[in-house]
Structure formats: structure tokens, C-alpha cells
Design a binder for this molecule. Structure first.
Ligand SMILES: [Zn+2]
Length: 440
């Protein structure tokens, strides 16, 4: 008799392994933080500490949100439908300049609750007070790759950029070897970071062997600004500074021409696309099918809640597939399976976590979700990938396990007190409104 900690049975398992193996009426066992067995049928000679019934639903790798600013959940719906500069200068920057640790803690806990409830098990974050983000993710039981945003102007967290690099280095030291939290070096963008800062950030990421995460080629105005300042395109500029490499994760990559895509491919730069944010801010359409065709790893992100306005990756997958079809006037340009890969295996590869998560394989960390398909909008089911991208919603996720630990059971959050998180977020929203009004 074999002993396991958790058994998930009676579901169709989409492993997302290299052969895209699908196991109908399968079961999956977890021992400690690791997937111990995956097989067809009923488990025999097995004693499980806890058994979960998938009730004929889908058993999947947890989804990976490749780019977000988690605490921006507290800006959800604060200001929409505005020109970018008015939105930034009159709303986002004034409140961000006054925010504190407490704001980031409450906002990130709210984000973690929302992400777990919609099947996301890993997120990649860029924001201020990232120590709070790491702590919040740890208490929620979520896997994350986080880093303090670095730019040329003073930060409400660390002050001058010199201190930002030290803060990042301290984060790397503190969280090294942590089972859930990993740290990245995160210069904000080419137009907000001097060449000197980019070179130093790159040096730090290489010194510690951690990813370098940066927004690149998000808007037309960015391309114009970088051209005026440096006479180059964003990736061309980064290449000339010696910053590009396989450890670089570039968020957005909307306005990239052939030469820029070649640079990305040559240096094996990873891309994270955020279509809903790019649509809402009218930034444009990233050439994702072309990036994929050139062999570039593309993951999927929601970006922050001020420009989305939610963290539901099911919605993001749906939008991704449809946006590219209409963008190219070609329904074959990006299919459901490819988009699902972007939210799982490709996302894991982009974040440098492919050895641990992104697929359900024996020996990998147990980040697993169960989707309840006993719903009118998921009936009948001919193709599970089609349903996951075009019909399912985050609220169809019934169970969620991260690193072998059950964090959502029958839609009940086990690691967070949801009522308390919502109450605290509502209280914080009053503070946000007071930050907007002119000081008396
Ligand atoms: Zn962003």
C-alpha cells in the first residue's frame, strides 16, 4: 500500500507535457510538494491523506500570470476611458506617490484571493514595496516571481535609485531558496531608466542569476521617445547596452518590427503579452503569432487591474485568441491550444520555471487546478482546450493546489479570510480617494 498526501480523481487530465498527453478518467497523486503519480482509471493499493473528486471535470496545471502589478487591484475602476497621459498624471501617479506598505499588502492579498479563485497559481509582479508582495504571496500560499520597480526618479519606498538596487539585492538574499517566492531585477522601462541604471540592473541580475524584467515597446509614444533620446528602437538600445539575454523577460512587445523581433529571437528574450491592457489603453496589438513563429517564448499576463480591470486569465485567454483573429482577419492565426500553452507551459518557460511548473508531470511541483465542467456553458464538451479558452470562466475553478498544498477547496479559500481581505480593501479605497483630492 502506497501512501500519498493528496489524491485527485475522476477527471480528464490535460497534462500539457511535451506530447500534450490527455488522460480521460484519470487520477493524480501528490506527495509533499511534488506530483507523485498520474494515471488512467482508479487508483489501487493507495492510501491518501486527502481525496478530491473532480466529478468528471478537468484537471489542469495551474495558470501562470506572466505580468501584473498585483496591488493595483485597489485602483480597479478608479479611472477608465481616459487618454493615457491624463490617466497617469491625474490618477495613477498622484496616488502611487502617496502609497505605503499597508496599501501594497492589502492590494496584493486582494489580488491573491482573486487569482486563486480564478485558477492562477503563479504570478509575476512588478511594483513598489515588493517585500510586502512576497510576504502576502507567501501567506496566500501562491508561487511568485517578484521584483522592486526601478527607475530614475525617487521611489516612495526606497528613495533614490541607488537604494533601489540595494533593496533588490536584499530581497534576493532574503528569499533565496524559498519554495514559493523568487526575486527578479526589474527596471521599469527603457524610457524611465537611464542607460547607466539598465547596465547596473543587468549586472545585478547576472551576478545572482535571476531574471531581468522590463516593459518594452508598449506604446507608440515610447518608441518615439526612445528614438529621440537614443536614436534607436527599444530592443536595439537594450542590445547596444549589452542587456539582452535568455534571462530577460520583456513585457508587452507591442510595437516591434522585423529587426526588433530578430533581436529578441537572437538573444532568446522571453515575451509576456497583455492583450486586455493593450486594448484598454489603446496601445496596439502585439504580433504574437509572428513572435511564436520565430521561436520566441510568449507567456500571458493581465497587467495591473487599473488597465484590465481583473486578474482572470480565462478571460485573458479568450481575448488573446479573438484579438489576434480579428487583428489579422484570419481565424486560424492563433488557436485555443496555443493560447492555453501561453497560460501554462510557455508562461513557465518565460519565467524560468519550466523545470518546476507549467505542466502536470511526475516529479514536478504540484500546482494543479480542477475546473468544474458540470455547467450549462460548458456542455457539451468536444474539445477541452476550446472550452478553457472560449467558454470557461475563472469562477468555474473548483479546487486549486499550489506546491502540494490545497489553497481552494470547492471554491472556498483556505489560506485567506476572504471577508477580511474584502473589508480591508474597501477601507483602503477611502484612503485612495483622499489621496486624489487636493491637500487642504
Ligand atoms: Zn505593466
Amino acid at each position: 500500500m502506497k501512501e500519498v498526501d493528496i489524491l485527485i480523481k475522476n477527471g480528464t487530465i490535460l497534462t500539457m507535457d511535451p506530447h500534450q498527453t490527455v488522460i480521460e478518467r484519470g487520477f493524480l497523486c501528490i506527495r509533499g510538494d511534488t506530483i507523485f503519480a498520474i494515471a488512467h482509471g482508479e487508483p489501487h493499493e493507495l492510501r491518501a491523506g486527502k481525496a478530491l473528486d473532480a466529478k468528471g471535470g478537468l484537471i489542469l496545471p495551474g495558470l501562470i500570470n506572466g505580468h501584473t502589478h498585483a496591488a493595483m487591484t485597489l485602483f480597479r475602476g478608479l479611472a477608465d476611458d481616459l487618454p493615457l497621459m491624463e490617466w497617469l498624471n491625474h490618477y495613477i501617479f498622484p496616488v502611487e506617490s502617496r502609497m505605503d506598505r499597508e496599501f501594497v499588502r492589502v492590494g496584493t492579498l486582494l489580488a491573491c484571493a482573486e487569482m486563486i479563485l480564478s485558477g492562477t497559481t503563479t504570478f509575476c509582479d512588478m511594483y513598489l514595496f515588493e517585500e510586502e508582495v512576497a510576504e502576502a504571496a507567501q501567506s496566500a500560499g501562491m508561487r511568485c516571481l517578484v521584483g522592486e520597480v526601478l527607475y530614475d526618479f525617487p521611489s516612495p519606498n526606497y528613495g533614490p535609485v541607488e537604494e533601489g538596487l540595494k533593496y533588490t539585492e536584499a530581497l534576493i538574499g532574503k528569499w533565496q531558496g524559498h519554495p514559493l517566492v523568487s526575486i527578479a531585477v526589474e527596471p521599469h522601462a527603457v524610457y524611465t531608466c537611464s542607460p547607466d541604471l539598465l547596465i547596473r540592473a543587468s549586472g545585478l541580475s547576472k551576478q545572482y542569476g535571476v531574471p531581468l524584467i522590463i516593459h518594452v515597446a508598449e506604446s507608440v509614444s515610447e518608441i518615439e521617445e526612445v528614438r529621440k533620446k537614443y536614436g534607436k528602437k527599444p530592443f536595439e538600445h537594450l542590445e547596444s547596452l549589452g542587456v539582452l539575454g535568455p534571462h530577460v523577460i520583456a513585457d508587452h512587445c507591442v510595437h516591434v518590427d522585423d529587426a526588433e523581433i530578430r533581436r529578441m529571437a537572437t538573444h532568446d528574450v522571453k515575451a509576456i503579452t497583455n492583450p486586455e491592457s493593450n486594448m484598454k489603453l489603446a496601445s496596439g496589438i502585439s504580433p504574437v503569432p509572428l513572435l511564436l513563429a520565430r521561436g520566441i517564448t510568449v507567456g500571458l499576463g493581465t497587467d495591473g487591474c487599473a488597465s484590465n480591470n481583473n486578474l482572470d486569465l480565462f478571460e485573458e485567454m479568450d481575448t488573446t485568441a479573438k484579438l489576434h483573429k480579428v487583428g489579422a482577419m484570419d481565424p486560424t492565426v492563433l488557436d485555443a491550444l496555443t493560447v492555453f500553452e501561453m497560460a501554462t507551459v510557455k508562461g513557465a518557460k518565460a519565467l524560468g520555471m519550466a523545470d518546476r511548473v507549467g505542466s502536470l508531470e511526475v516529479g514536478k511541483k504540484a500546482d494543479v487546478i480542477v475546473v468544474d465542467t458540470h455547467k450549462p456553458h460548458l456542455t457539451p464538451m468536444y474539445n477541452p482546450y476550446s472550452h478553457l479558452v472560449y467558454a470557461a470562466k475563472g469562477s468555474d475553478v473548483s479546487h486549486c493546489l499550489i506546491n502540494g498544498k490545497l489553497v481552494l477547496e470547492d471554491r472556498r479559500l483556505l489560506t485567506l479570510d476572504l471577508q477580511e481581505v474584502i473589508q480591508k480593501a474597501k477601507e483602503m479605497s477611502k484612503k485612495v480617494l483622499s489621496w486624489l483630492s487636493p491637500p487642504s
